[in-house]
Design a protein around this ligand. Structure first.
Ligand code: BTN
Length: 324
């Protein structure tokens, strides 16, 4: 396909997605695109062939009814409300790990906000050397290249920023999301999203950070390996119906951009405040890194503060938190 046709298809989608009551006349489309009516019709036909359902009614015009559940720039771009995140997209069918692709792109100078998204990963990576397993075409697997203006010691804040941004999107969509320290997003006490941040530090600056996010969106219970069946879940399992991934991705990028911007402008304090409100860990009896007690607070630097049996406040800075 000619690149110009791709641009027009994306523009047609953008205009249909923005249309006030959903309807846009053929005339309005042709005016806004600067294309003759017959060319607009060709674009609509092309989109239909790609799986878009577009209705046409006399006197009303066109209306976008359904989109294919695919994660490419064509689907995502018309839904983006961000300025930087996702404005450069690398959408792949299968990769080793979206974090690995993003790291390479970051090393090669990819701009802040570059998005790598894949339908499946051969070697998806989780925190602490674990694997991240996800059935193809069901979930969200993506990584963002970030170029934060932060000293390396403050870089761990980024994952907490992202956890807040993800949890808020899920809550806005009607899910009771909470955050388990440091950055697992939970629904009904089970993990639904995980975050993996990787850094390249040069001297006193962060050259780039890659923020990798996996959200279990439409995975059925049967897709989880036996060891995760009791501890993990997906949005579809909780809701009882599938959730459109491309809308969710666009909303996640908007929330991430807003929270990263807030973090840059106001520092960690507002993030910490929201993290505390959303926490599933504070107030619970926990065991982590040889410390056992009640989780009482999140420190100014993101460490978990735990009061042990002797009343001493102990700092937990890494590792997994388990119920005690
Ligand atoms: C964790 O909770 O252990 C972190 C999981 C992070 C998984 C995501 S999926 C997209 C990106 N690519 C990876 O290989 N990992 C992250």
């Amino acid at each position: 396909m000619e690149p110009t046709e791709q641009i027009s298809e994306g523009m047609v989608l953008g205009l249909l997605a923005e249309a006030q009551d959903g309807w846009l006349s053929g005339e309005a489309l042709s005016d806004k695109l600067g294309l003759p009516r017959v060319a607009v019709f060709k674009q609509i036909d092309g989109l239909r062939a790609k799986g878009y359902r577009i209705e046409l009614l006399p006197r009303r015009g066109y209306r976008l009814v359904a989109m294919p559940d695919r994660l490419t720039a064509l689907e995502l771009s018309p839904l983006l409300t961000t300025e930087e995140l996702g404005r450069t997209v690398h959408a792949e069918d299968e990769v080793d790990s979206t974090n690995d692709v993003a790291r390479r792109l970051a090393d090669d100078g990819a701009p802040h906000g570059t998005l790598v998204v894949a339908e499946s990963q051969r070697h998806g990576r989780g925190r602490r050397g674990r694997a991240w397993v996800s059935p193809p075409g069901k979930n969200l697997l993506f990584s963002l290249v970030l170029r934060p203006d932060l000293p390396p010691v403050r870089a761990p804040e980024l994952t907490l920023v992202a956890a807040v941004a993800v949890a808020e999107v899920l809550r806005d969509a009607g899910f009771e999301a909470r955050i388990k320290w440091p950055n697992d997003v939970l629904l009904e006490g089970r993990k639904v999203a995980g975050l993996l941040t990787e850094l390249c530090v040069e001297g006193a600056t962060v050259r780039w950070a890659v923020l990798g996010i996996g959200v279990d969106v439409n995975a059925p219970r049967s897709a989880f390996p036996p060891e995760l069946v009791e501890t993990a879940t997906s949005l579809a399992i909780v809701r009882g119906e599938e959730v459109p991934r491309v809308f969710l991705l666009a909303t996640l990028l908007a929330s991430l951009e807003a929270w990263l911007g807030r973090h840059e402008a106001e520092g960690f304090a507002p993030v910490r405040e929201r993290w505390i409100e959303l926490s599933a860990t504070l107030g619970a009896k926990v065991r982590a890194e040889g410390v056992e007690g009640v989780a009482v607070d999140l420190a100014e630097d993101g460490a978990l503060l735990v009061r042990d049996a002797s009343g001493t406040i102990r700092r937990v800075v890494a590792g997994d938190v388990e119920p005690a």
